[in-house]
Design a protein around this ligand. Structure first.
Ligand code: FAD
Length: 261
C-alpha cells in the first residue's frame, strides 16, 4: 500500500488534506484503484481514502439535487430519474455498484481494454455541475468543462435539476465482462430542450450537440451524432462498429423521450 494513507473524517478535512492534489491518489470506492495497487500497476506514495469523509450525502430540494462524491452508484436509483437509474444500473454488476462512487465514476480514466465512466453521459445529459477543489482552490463548473482536467481535482459534489423526462440506451453485447461498450443518455427539460450525451466513445463522455440540434427528426439526429464524437477500437468493439451503432442508440433515446411526453 502507500507510505502515507490519509483518512479524512469530514469534507473540510478532505479538502485540506488533498491540498493542491500533488502526488495524491484519491480512493472513492476503490473498484479501479485497489486492483491497480494489488497488481502492482500503481504504487502511490500518498493516498486519500474518502470512505469516512462525509461526502456521501444526497440532498433533494424541490427539483434541485445535490449528490456527494462518495454516493454509491447503486444509490442513484432512489432518485427516480429514469435515464440516470438505467445508466447506473448498467454499470458493472451489483457488487461493484454497491462499492463504486459517483466521484470515482466521473474521474476514472479510460480502461486498458474497455470504456469506463458511464455516469459521465447521464450527468452530461442532466447538465450537471461539479464542485471540486484543487491547486486553485474550490470551484463549481459544468461537468463538460470539468471532465478534461478531472485528474487534477478532488470532486466534492455534483448538482443538477430534475428533468421533465430522461432516457438511456446502451449497446447490449455478450462477453463484455459487465462493461458498457457504447451508451447514449438524453433528457428533456420542462421548456422542451433536449440534451444528449454519449459514453464509450474516444475520451470521456461527450455532448452530442449536432444530434441535439436535429432532435425533432430522429433519423437526422442519429446521422448527425457521429460528427460530434470520435471513436476508438478496444477489445470490446471496433471504432467502425461503434460508429454504426451510435445513430441507433440516439434514435432509441429520442423515442423514449417522445414516449414520456
Ligand atoms: C468487472 C468490472 C466492470 C466494470 N464495469 C464498468 C461499467 O460498466 N461502467 C463503468 O463506468 N465502469 C465500470 N467499471 C469501472 C469502475 O468500477 C467504475 O467506473 C466505478 O464507478 C469507479 O468508481 P470508484 O469509486 O470505485 O473509483 P476508484 O477506484 O475509487 O477511483 C477511480 C478513479 O477516480 C479517482 N477518484 C475517485 N474518487 C474521486 C473524487 N472524489 N475526486 C477525484 N478523483 C476521484 C481515483 O483517484 C481514480 O483515478 C468496472 C470495473 C470492473 C472491475
Amino acid at each position: 500500500m502507500a507510505s502515507e494513507v490519509l483518512m479524512p473524517s469530514s469534507p473540510s478535512e478532505a479538502v485540506s488534506l488533498f491540498g493542491d492534489g500533488a502526488a495524491t491518489t484519491v480512493i472513492g470506492g476503490g473498484t479501479v484503484v485497489m486492483p491497480e495497487i494489488t497488481y502492482g500497476r500503481l504504487a502511490p506514495d500518498r493516498v486519500l481514502l474518502l470512505t469516512n469523509a462525509g461526502l456521501d450525502t444526497v440532498a433533494v430540494d424541490g427539483d434541485t439535487i445535490t449528490i456527494g462524491a462518495t454516493t454509491r452508484v447503486d444509490a442513484l436509483a432512489e432518485l427516480g430519474i429514469d435515464g440516470l437509474t438505467a445508466c447506473a444500473g448498467n454499470v458493472a454488476d451489483g457488487e461493484i455498484r454497491s462499492q463504486a462512487t459517483v466521484g470515482g465514476n466521473l474521474c476514472v480514466g479510460q480502461g486498458h481494454e474497455a470504456p469506463r465512466g458511464d455516469l459521465q453521459g447521464a450527468l452530461l445529459a442532466l447538465d450537471a455541475t461539479v464542485r471540486s477543489t484543487g491547486s486553485d482552490g474550490e470551484r463549481t463548473e459544468s461537468l463538460e468543462t470539468f471532465l478534461p482536467h478531472r485528474h487534477a481535482r478532488l470532486v466534492l459534489e455534483v448538482n443538477f435539476t430534475r428533468p421533465a423526462a430522461s432516457a438511456f440506451a446502451a449497446l447490449e453485447y455478450p462477453h463484455t465482462h459487465e462493461y458498457t461498450v457504447l451508451a447514449v443518455s438524453g433528457t428533456r427539460t420542462a421548456d422542451g430542450t433536449i440534451r444528449l450525451a454519449a459514453t464509450g466513445v474516444a475520451g470521456p463522455g461527450a455532448r452530442l450537440r449536432s444530434a441535439e440540434s436535429a432532435a425533432s427528426d430522429p433519423e437526422a439526429a442519429g446521422a448527425a451524432a457521429v460528427n460530434d464524437v470520435t471513436f476508438a477500437d478496444d477489445s470490446l468493439a471496433s471504432a467502425w462498429y461503434r460508429e454504426q451503432t451510435l445513430p441507433v442508440l440516439v434514435r432509441r433515446v429520442l423515442a423514449q423521450l417522445e414516449e414520456s411526453t
